[in-house]
Design a protein around this ligand. Structure first.
Ligand code: ZN
Length: 672
């Protein structure tokens, strides 16, 4: 339930003083790579610096796991490309080489050969013959050949996977009516159909257990000699060599843990990685969610299931961070009032939580990103995902402010607001309040939105199936939007006046109706859960709001704009939609979820889409962004003891990716 970066990417707003820090790192295809600062790191005590360093290493050594999870050919392809990149002696100005380098950068960015967002296969713009020639120039020992495999055989396998658009075209297929498992290119299943996988896991499910295990989270499901079995990701199982490295660094982290609770949590995670027992994973999650006193915190494991069309398999991700004390005062205020917000929400009382538990919230400074959080990262995180743990023990919710700050600073003056915002009135409001309202929206979404509401006692948590993710995100966003316009927020001092929230309302609808279309290719529909949720909300509001003169689309000089005529009524509509989305979730009303998603969240108006793409292309802004990590250097004394950890910010994108591929080369090219 992490929320994704890209909402923020283009909506950068504040004008701050010039900062000599160089945010921009690289630019290719539709992506810009930037860097983030880690303010406050230098002032941490040595023990916490060491803890951050060890956890950072634990977050880098799992990188290969994600590549392999995304598609079983990813590591072979990445390593072939890297070998070409490092051995290439020819002219770097020829079209084939330029396209080759862009493709490699895309494979790094997407942790594989499919786009992170759309999940479509990335098609190279260089010739197949160029690739073949380069491979033939390289010594076999530098290529990811399997034992006894010739270059010719290797090419025969790999070429169609790279170049043929009909082979493995989508990493996650969500097209209704198709076998979602066999048509998805991810590496979570092999030889099993969707029906077989669903049957396998529904048999495991014990509907009487009120602390149900997240079956399937840490394994690949395959058919072996006609029998369906799980290949568990653990020491001695699949991904063992990478997991052993993760454990090595986690054990070092245990030695410098801040307190007994944190120590217990890390030890339990190690134990889970050893046994692969999901019961232990839940025990770890409970220990982790209860560790609220530590300054340093982390995510490390099989976490989000967006990459599996059945929503079961956890992609490996990592994040290391420490508390931003000043900003955390803001989120504490929100969580201290969580019950008030729940009580006053416009949803049916039957679907409200009588007691909102443990909504902990803090603002963090991230120090390392890994796995599915790298190089593209969420700006907020709310974990754990297990419903019963959230119900009984609460969840931890964080906003990553040094990342949002990097987004904002890196996009000053790019012309975006001038192009897409209706008038100076809205623009000035966004410039004045945008950074503040962005952060507040994230806080409310994570601290309150995901934790709000409850299912009826007989509702299956998975009842909404593939529609579950966008509906959950819609619920969280609506909860946030609804309260941003509440006088309680001004009363608590979270916004300066009852004008500021309008900046977020305008931006949200503009994004959902217009500007998020910049991230979709012509002719395609909306696939990604967060984009679906934004489209759902914005289009529903437009449809209802248009009839009441609340929101409309206006054309000026052939350009489409959002115009909001009545913010107070708009908020009422948000409340109505929130009530309906919560009802659908609480009752597990799959038919209504389907109707809502298919009506408002999937289809794209082709004419409008083309217009937006054209206007956007003239601005020359990268619609996607990713980050390089800072480099951490331990300083040792003569006895080899760490005396300090220094952070530097001058590593380039290709440089970092190549270094990671070498230093954190933890898996064979093909894993079974
Ligand atoms: Zn979310």
């Amino acid at each position: 339930m992490t929320i994704v970066t890209l909402f923020m990417v283009t909506e950068n707003i504040i004008a701050t003083e010039n900062n000599s820090f160089n945010y921009s790192v690289d630019r290719f295809a539709d992506i810009e790579i930037i860097r983030y600062q880690v303010p406050g790191f230098d002032n941490l005590p040595l023990q916490q610096k060491e803890l951050i360093y060890f956890l950072s290493e634990a977050s880098h050594v799992g990188r290969d796991i994600l590549f392999d999870q995304n598609c079983k050919w990813n590591l072979s392809i990445r390593r072939s490309l890297e070998a070409i990149f490092e051995n290439y002696k020819g002219n770097k100005k020829i079209a084939d080489y330029i396209a080759f380098e862009e493709y490699l950068k895309l494979v790094w960015y997407n942790n594989g050969i499919h786009h992170d967002y759309s999940s479509d296969k990335i098609l190279p713009n260089f010739k197949e013959s160029f690739f073949v020639e380069q491979i033939n120039n390289i010594n076999s020992s530098q290529l990811p050949l399997s034992k006894g495999q010739s270059k010719t055989d290797f090419l025969k396998t790999i070429l169609p996977i790279i170049f043929n658009p009909t082979i493995l075209p989508k990493r996650v297929n969500q097209a209704e009516g198709e076998d979602l498992v066999t048509t998805s290119a991810n590496n979570y299943y092999d030889g099993v159909s969707q029906a077989e996988a669903e049957e396998f896991y529904s048999k495991m499910k014990d509907s009487t257990d009120n602390t149900p295990i997240s079956y399937g989270l840490n394994s690949r499901l395959i058919k072996e000699n006609g029998i369906i079995v799980e290949k568990v990701w653990k020491v001695g199982g699949m991904y063992s060599t990478a997991i052993e490295k993760i454990i090595y660094w986690l054990e070092k982290a245990v030695s410098v843990a801040e307190n007994p609770q944190q120590k217990l949590a890390i030890e339990k995670l190690i134990s889970f990685y050893k046994t692969g027992n999901l019961k232990e994973y839940d025990e770890y999650s409970v220990l982790w969610v209860k560790d609220l006193d530590s300054n340093v915190d982390f995510v490390n494991g099989f976490t989000e299931s967006y990459g599996d069309p059945l929503g079961l398999k956890g992609s490996w991700e990592a994040n290391v961070n420490f508390t931003n004390v000043e900003a955390t005062k803001r989120t504490k205020l929100i969580s201290d009032n969580a019950q008030w917000f729940e009580n006053h929400s416009p949803v049916d009382p039957r679907f409200k939580k009588e007691v909102v538990k443990g909504v902990s919230a803090k603002v963090i400074t991230v120090a390392a990103l890994g796995g599915d959080c790298y190089p593209s990262t969420p700006i907020g995180i709310n974990l754990p995902n297990s419903n019963w743990i959230r119900r009984d023990h609460g969840s931890k919710s964080v906003t990553i402010e040094n990342i949002t700050e990097a987004y904002d600073k890196a996009s000053l003056g790019n012309g975006f607001l001038d192009e897409f915002v209706w008038s100076d009135e809205e623009r000035n409001r966004m410039k004045k309040y945008g950074f503040q309202t962005d952060n507040l929206h994230t806080d409310l979404h994570e601290c309150l939105g995901h934790g709000s509401g409850k299912l009826l006692s007989d509702t299956d948590p998975d009842a909404l199936k593939a529609y579950g993710s966008p509906m959950e995100e819609a619920r969280a966003d609506l909860f946030a939007l609804y309260y941003m316009g509440d006088s309680k927020i001004v009363e608590l001092g979270l916004l300066p006046n009852d004008e500021a929230y309008k900046a977020e309302y305008y931006k949200y609808v503009m994004n959902g109706l217009l500007t998020q279309l910049t991230r979709i290719k012509p002719g395609r529909s909306i696939e990604q859960a967060h984009m679906r949720n934004r489209s759902l909300i914005a289009r529903w509001l437009l449809e209802k709001g248009n009839a009441q003169n609340v929101i409309e689309l206006k054309i000026r000089d052939g350009k489409t704009f959002v115009v909001i005529n009545d913010y107070v009524k708009m908020r009422e509509l948000i409340g109505q939609l929130l009530a309906e989305v919560q009802r659908i979730k609480s009752e597990g009303d799959w038919n209504s979820a389907k109707e809502m998603i298919e009506t408002y969240a999937v289809k794209v108006d082709a004419t409008l889409h083309n217009e937006i793409l054209l206007r956007y292309s003239k601005l020359n802004i990268a619609p996607f962004r990713g980050f390089v990590n800072p480099v951490m250097n331990p300083l040792l004394n003569v006895n080899g003891k760490i005396v300090d950890i220094q952070i530097t910010y001058n590593e380039g994108y290709s440089e970092q990716m190549l270094r990671y591929s070498k230093s954190y080369n933890t898996l064979p090219a093909i894993n079974k």
